[in-house]
Design a protein around this ligand. Structure first.
Ligand code: ZN
Length: 176
């Protein structure tokens, strides 16, 4: 697997080859085929992540504007996924969060209670994290798990990024 670009030229103006593919849509299609991803009704490809190799279908790939948007629910390692696909990192981005998803995630985080005194503290200690949980980490007594549909206590964290970075504030739900 290989890809080549011309340094210093904006990504959308570059001719990038990826096997026999040129153009972002063709590159995405070929990458999806090489990774044995399945094209869904949502016009995105789904399958196993080449970066972390998680056994479930945690990888999502789509063409978004002039980039290939990738995400993995297991590792979230966009740089690693780009490298594993052999595609220049600047052609790959995190998907834009849908405003409705962001609003729902923020509502969920705001409905959660502080981590102090909750199951979050012994959980973090069991993982070797002994400092007090930051305010960004909170506790939900009941959260539905997308994997099995059951309800569990959950830790929820507000993911904050450096302003100006090429991505958006988002939330991450971590099943307990
Ligand atoms: Zn992954």
């Amino acid at each position: 697997m290989s890809a080549a670009g011309v340094a210093g030229v904006p990504a959308q103006d570059r001719v990038v080859s990826y096997g026999t593919a040129t153009g972002i849509a063709d590159i995405a299609t070929e990458a999806a085929a090489r990774l044995n991803l399945t094209h869904g009704r949502d016009n995105k490809w789904h399958g196993r992540c080449p970066a972390c190799g998680y056994t479930k279908h945690t990888l999502e790939l789509a063409v978004e504007q002039d980039r290939i948007a990738v995400s993995c629910n297991a590792c979230g390692d966009i740089t690693g996924i780009a490298a594993a696909m052999g595609i220049p990192r600047d052609l790959v981005r995190a998907p834009s969060p849908r405003p409705s998803n962001v609003a729902r995630a923020l509502d969920t985080w705001q409905s959660a209670t502080p981590a102090a005194g909750s199951l979050v503290e012994p959980y973090l200690r069991s993982r070797g994290i002994t400092c007090p949980p930051p305010a960004s980490i909170r506790f939900l007594s009941r959260q539905r798990n997308w994997g099995d549909g059951k309800t569990y206590p959950a830790m929820i964290s507000l993911v904050q990024r450096v302003p100006g970075a090429d991505d958006h504030a988002a939330l991450e739900l971590a099943p307990y």
